[in-house]
Design a protein around this ligand. Structure first.
Ligand code: NDP
Ligand code: GDR
Length: 365
């Protein structure tokens, strides 16, 4: 009989894109997984419904708790009850553009929320027991060209220059995590993750907005996709790969911070091109800034036919940000120490997202 104790994990943000993939991964690894979900007026557990377990059955290894990162007492109580070996703090108001509309809220959740987790562990005297993963972000770098390393990437030593209330809140989360590691010897790490996407990506982030519109336009359910800045560049990976990096970060002997990225960057415009290519539609881009459009120049798929010359993408400046992060590209060198080998490239990611959105729309029909 095995005497190995089942590991216990607590995930904030379990109803989000990353939380759902991480919960699946940890369940596969035999963890008891606890998640914090917010009370909402309608169901917000679509991404985790498939792993939900009836709490009346004999053995349960997945449990949800109502909670909120703005509520210290709630966080302390959940951590005390759950006694986690590992906490993954993924909960956040994660939309950069929306953070300009709710700057104080994002500071409270994404910044002070991180402190609440760290303090709870300290108040409960769990510094030696509990390891903490903090969801830090490439938004900390702000995309300033002069801050890239000599090879042209952002790495663990590149200076930060956040360009949104979200980035500024997350920089507090980054430093308070590092400070608690140094001050109290807590095993607490930052994963500085570059953009990662999937079929479960929120519908208002640019990749999912594009793949959903690609499917809807191909099926004749939408005429045109309106986007903001097509000139920014992002280093996009797959969320399924990135949650594995999170887990690996907490399995090391020494707590450290890691950049998780692909090392490849792509224009938003090119993501649009690749997405439409998945349904056989070839686009030509013309014009600049708010006058830029994308027009159909060929339809190569028998099922998805649009008249040549149809404009399917236009720019709407309402999606511009007051300050933009122009270019992100991460240096994944240090992450190789984790033994982390991503399974997806951008082509595989786009293919999976478009196929999933086509399937969703066809099923809804
Ligand atoms: P999502 O927006 O998909 O998920 C965010 C999660 O946080 C949701 O479960 C949400 O709950 C929860 N949440 C929001 N506000 C609160 C709150 N006040 N208290 C408790 N929980 C809250 O984000 P992702 O899964 O994409 O990202 C996970 C984390 O990683 C975030 O912290 C994000 O900032 C960070 N990050 C993401 C990157 C990416 O490219 N995806 C890159 C780098 C960092 P609800 O479902 O109820 O809204
Ligand atoms: P980002 O992701 O801001 O990088 O933050 P998002 O997909 O929102 O934007 C990426 C880039 O696309 C441009 N863009 C648009 N963006 C949105 N959302 N909608 C549009 O219509 C549109 N048109 C152009 C944006 O201006 C931007 O340059 C994500 C989030 O997951 C953060 O939580 C995370 O920390 C970072 O990635 C790394």
């Amino acid at each position: 009989m095995s005497t190995t104790k089942q590991k216990v994990a607590l995930i904030t943000g379990i109803t989000g894109q990353d939380g759902s993939y991480l919960a699946e991964l940890l369940l596969e690894k035999g963890y008891m997984v606890h998640g914090v979900k917010r009370r909402a007026s309608s169901f917000n557990t679509q991404r985790i419904d498939h792993i939900y377990q009836d709490q009346h059955q004999n053995h349960v290894d997945f449990k949800l708790h109502y909670g909120d990162l703005t509520d210290s007492t709630n966080i302390i109580r959940i951590i005390q009850e759950v006694q986690p070996d590992e906490i993954y703090n993924l909960g956040a108001m994660s939309h950069v553009k929306v953070s300009f509309d709710s700057p104080e809220y994002v500071a409270n959740v994404d910044g002070i929320g991180t402190l609440r987790i760290l303090e709870a562990v300290r108040i409960l005297g769990m510094e030696k027991k509990t390891r903490i993963y903090q969801a830090s972000t490439s938004e900390l770098y702000g995309g300033l060209a002069e801050n890239k390393n000599a090879a042209g990437f952002y790495d663990e030593n590149s200076p930060f220059y956040p360009r949104s209330p979200y980035g500024v809140a997350k920089i507090y989360g980054f430093w308070i995590t590092k400070n608690y590691r140094e001050a109290y010897n807590i095993y607490a790490c930052n994963g500085i993750l570059f953009n990662h996407e999937s079929p479960r990506r929120g519908e208002t982030f640019v990749t999912r907005k594009i793949t959903m519109a690609t499917a809807a336009i191909a099926l004749g359910q939408q005429d045109c996709l309106y986007l903001g800045n097509l000139n920014s560049q992002r280093d996009w990976g797959h969320a399924k790969d990135y949650v594995e990096a999170m887990w690996r970060i907490l399995q090391q002997e020494v707590a450290e911070d890691y950049v998780i990225a692909t090392g490849v960057t792509t224009y938003i415009r090119d993501f649009v091109r690749y997405s439409f290519a998945e349904v056989g539609i070839e686009l030509a881009f013309a014009g600049e800034n708010e006058n830029e459009t994308a027009t159909v120049v060929a339809c190569k798929h028998p099922e998805y036919q649009l008249p040549i010359g149809t404009v399917v993408v236009r720019v709407d400046p309402q999606y511009y940000r007051p300050t933009e992060v122009d270019l992100l590209i991460g240096d994944p060198t240090k992450s190789k120490k984790l033994g982390w080998v991503p399974q997806y490239d951008l082509a595989g990611l786009v293919k999976e997202m478009v196929a999933s959105d086509l399937e969703l729309l066809k099923r809804a029909r």
